[in-house]
Design a protein around this ligand. Structure first.
Ligand code: BES
Ligand code: ZN
Ligand code: ZN
Length: 501
């Protein structure tokens, strides 16, 4: 997808589709008369009669009038102009993106003026458009033999605007990079578990490293045994697939300091192990590597935009299977940190692999830690499917993070982690910790368990079990993987490069 910025001349557009936003009272838009004159004098009547709608996100397609360079005009209702926000713009363009993909459109022109208001300038519109169009057009190719693979992708986005061309192009680039990375993460999550094994995920990370010049290290079973990564090894014991600890380093400064650690749960399939899931509960567990996908997606953005902040990404990848060799409830395991863990539930495997991954990230120099995981069904019970649950041990870091989440429009809600919760995690007759203190408020125990391994390092835990996958089409994409947290993780790193943190 590439962009060109042109002056607002509606008669010289070279694109298949022209997008026109229609807020209430469009006559107040600077240049509206010019557009009406070039399109059709009847347009104001069509708006009055509701044939062209001003309701938020209502789409109306019309063929272009004669002599115009585009084939169609896509009118999009915007509602009250002063209520428009960047989130709402992103949604509007995602809806348009889906429509354009269905129309097999390869080029589109967007007049920016109707989308602006007191708070939103042309640059914001271009950013939201690049992001929204890319996200909305997403579809997982899948493996059907009569593939419905889209043979036409959106290649050219033209903006009609008189704002600074360089700034608009830069805004477009950021939006485009974000959308691409989210869609890559969505692909990983949507891939079946027999194809996206830990080894394949490591191969994907190798390609990413090559593309963006990251340092990469992949630890297999042997290296894990040498280092004493008893927690991830325990989860992997029932599997025939090799576990992989994937470590990517993005060095932005000469010295390896002030490092942000991004840690992802990469369970490529979660059967629950001997604490086996129900047959219905197991379906969909190919998505149990959503945290890993979010981290890889964020690294893709970081690789493209290259913020001045050192980042280490650590992904713990394995499946959680059953065999004669599998780990079982009552086992006691020794983690990389040296802490011992009594296994009470083999389905609480995410926190185990994260324990070793977080310890490894600290050893690799992380001064800040964010772990991302499809960790508990508990977060869905607590917050529903559309909110990411968070825990933290550092108010300032979390505040900074929330700025990033607000910027990207990804909803995050913090839950408490109290001393009495920690006490229950440390309750065991035989080990330092237990991996499943109970079902009451168990999102907190899942994340809190990971917190036992971070020490004093400022840390944020993100439970995306609800938000990583959508049961039906939503504002920014289709049913299936959402690619949640890719944009927020990338944005927090960008913010940290620009602030004191
Ligand atoms: N992968 C699951 C969590 C999950 C649930 C992800 C639903 C996506 C959708 C996790 O490993 C798990 O099984 N958690 C258990 C923990 C329990 C055994 C303490 C859960 O939440 O039930
Ligand atoms: Zn599980
Ligand atoms: Zn799991």
């Amino acid at each position: 997808m590439q962009t060109t910025i042109v002056e607002q001349n509606f008669n010289e557009i070279e694109a298949e589709v022209l997008i026109i936003g229609v807020p209430q009272h469009p006559e107040n838009i600077n240049g509206w008369d010019k557009f009406v004159a070039s399109f059709s004098a009847q347009l104001p009547e069509w708006i009055k009669s509701d044939d062209v709608k001003t309701d938020f996100k209502k789409l109306v397609k019309m063929p272009a009038m004669i002599k115009q360079g585009y084939k169609r005009v896509l009118f999009i209702g915007l509602g009250a102009k002063n209520k428009l926000t960047e989130d709402r713009l992103r949604e509007v363009f995602a809806a348009a993106g889906k429509d354009l993909a269905d129309l097999k459109t390869s080029s589109v022109a967007i007049w920016t003026a109707p989308f602006t208001n007191d708070k939103l300038v042309c640059e914001d519109v271009v950013y939201a458009a690049a992001e929204g169009l890319g996200l909305g057009a997403y579809e997982f190719e899948g493996y059907k033999t009569d593939s419905n693979e889209r043979d036409v992708a959106l290649e050219t986005v033209l903006f009609l605007s008189s704002a600074d061309e360089e700034e608009l192009k830069a805004a477009f680039e950021v939006g485009k990079v974000h959308a691409h990375a989210v869609n890559e993460a969505r692909n990983l999550v949507n891939m079946p578990p027999n194809i996206l094994t830990a080894t394949e995920m490591a191969n994907y990370a190798r390609e990413l490293a090559e593309k963006h010049d990251f340092e990469i290290e992949v630890l297999g079973k042997k290296e894990m045994e040498e280092l004493g990564m008893g927690a991830i090894l325990a989860v992997n014991k029932g599997s025939v697939e090799e576990p992989q600890l994937i470590v990517l380093k993005y060095a932005a400064t000469d010295t390896w300091e002030d490092v942000v650690g991004l840690v992802g749960k990469g369970i490529t399939y979660d059967t629950g192990g001997y604490s086996i899931k129900s047959k219905d509960g197991m379906v969909g567990m190919k998505g149990d590597m959503g945290g890993a996908a979010a981290v890889l997606g964020a690294m893709s953005v970081i690789g493209e935009l290259r913020p001045v902040k050192n980042v280490v990404a650590v992904i713990a990848a394995t499946d959680n299977m059953i065999s004669g060799e599998a780990f079982k409830p009552d086992d006691v395991i020794t983690s990389l940190s040296g802490k011992t863990i009594e296994v009470l539930n083999t389905d609480a495997e995410g926190r185990l692999v994260l324990a070793d991954a977080v310890t490894y990230a600290k050893q690799a120099g992380a001064d800040y830690l964010i772990d991302v995981a499809t960790l508990t069904g508990g977060v869905i019970v607590a917050l529903g499917m559309d909110k990411t649950g968070a825990l933290t041990n550092d108010e300032a870091f979390f505040e900074e993070f929330m700025y990033a989440a607000t910027e990207t429009g990804e909803f995050v809600w913090r839950l408490p982690l109290t001393e009495s919760d920690k006490k229950r995690l440390r309750k065991s007759d035989v080990a330092d910790l237990n991996n499943s203190p109970g079902r009451d408020g168990h999102m907190i125990f899942g994340g809190g368990f990971v917190g036992e391994f971070v020490g004093d390092t400022p840390w944020i835990h993100l439970d995306i079990a609800g938000t990583s996958n959508a049961d039906s089409a939503h504002d920014l994409g289709p049913k299936g993987a959402t690619g949640v947290m890719v944009r927020t993780l990338a944005t927090i790193v960008e913010r940290m490069a620009d602030t004191e943190l």
